[in-house]
Design a protein around this ligand. Structure first.
Ligand SMILES: Nc1ncnc2c1ncn2[C@@H]1O[C@H](COP(=O)(O)OP(=O)(O)OP(=O)(O)O)[C@@H](O)[C@H]1O
Length: 248
């Protein structure tokens, strides 16, 4: 009797992705056939020269944009071709985003910034009904990122490292399965960058949070489980492999 062994799907896959932008009536190809599998609880870094398409690939993973050709799969299900409302829902519930320049709301204090995704997700009535619980969750997350002493501070009153911690807390409040981090240390000095990497590593190891991180810094990239390099629109696999990763 033959036995079929079914392999679990990767948590997230880019399959034969192609993407071009238009410039002066010309099509400029950026991604030319990208295949990447990301396993649950993996920490993957994506490196490549400026303009190589790292952010473009990240945006496709997070459904902020759509590929011209190819597919994005979540747990084996295609998600890039879903209707807008379903894409919005997956983007908000599955993915958390952090960026080089934090993108905090300047007029809100830390606690309000962390709560802001929930204010957007829920109706005013739903939000007020659950506000006590949400606030407690936010305070726990703020403690986890080491900012309990900054709750009432606005972004202009925080350092770069504190603002990135605040942005991480804001991403965590929505309980994402996958954190997409675009140059999270790109605006920080090396020791503050290391602190942010330590925080991301602990979220990955202790909370089993999958992290996909874009960086131009090879030393930062080396702290992930696995690194892929984008070169001329294609993937080159570098570095160590995650124990459960089967392919690029
Ligand atoms: N919305 C857009 N419209 C037109 N061209 C774009 C758009 N977004 C990106 N590009 C172009 O696509 C290429 C890849 O951009 P992308 O931002 O993905 O690269 P990157 O590797 O993240 O670069 P960097 O490290 O400098 O941030 C660049 O040449 C960029 O100019």
């Amino acid at each position: 009797m033959t036995e079929t062994i079914s392999m679990p799907h990767p948590q997230l896959s880019a399959i034969a992705i192609e993407k071009a932008y238009r410039k002066d009536k010309h099509k400029v190809p950026v991604l030319r056939g990208i295949d990447v599998d990301v396993q649950k609880a993996e920490f993957l870094s994506i490196v490549g020269q400026s303009g190589s398409g790292k952010s473009t690939l990240m945006h496709l993973f997070g459904l902020l944009d759509s590929p011209d050709i190819g597919e994005i799969h979540l747990e084996g299900q295609r998600i890039d071709d879903l209707p807008d409302h379903a894409r919005d829902q997956i983007r908000n519930r599955v993915f958390g985003f952090i960026f080089q320049f934090y993108h905090l709301l300047p007029e809100l204090n830390l606690l309000e910034n962390v709560l802001s995704p929930l204010m957007i997700r829920y109706s005013t009535w739903e939000y007020w009904k659950q506000k006590k619980q949400f606030k407690q969750d936010a305070l726990e997350i703020i403690e986890k990122v080491g900012l309990s002493h900054r709750i009432k501070h606005r972004p202009s009153e925080m350092s770069g490292g504190e603002m990135q911690r605040a942005a991480i807390a804001r991403a965590l409040i929505a309980k994402p399965q996958i954190l997409l981090a675009d140059e999270p240390t790109g605006n920080l000095d090396s020791s503050t960058g290391k602190e942010i990497m330590d925080l991301l590593t602990s979220l990955n190891e202790q909370d089993q949070l999958t992290i996909i991180m874009v960086t131009h810094d090879n030393a930062i990239a080396a702290q992930a489980h696995r690194t892929v390099r984008l070169t001329e629109g294609q993937i080159e696999v570098l570095g160590k492999s995650h124990p459960t990763s089967a392919s690029a």
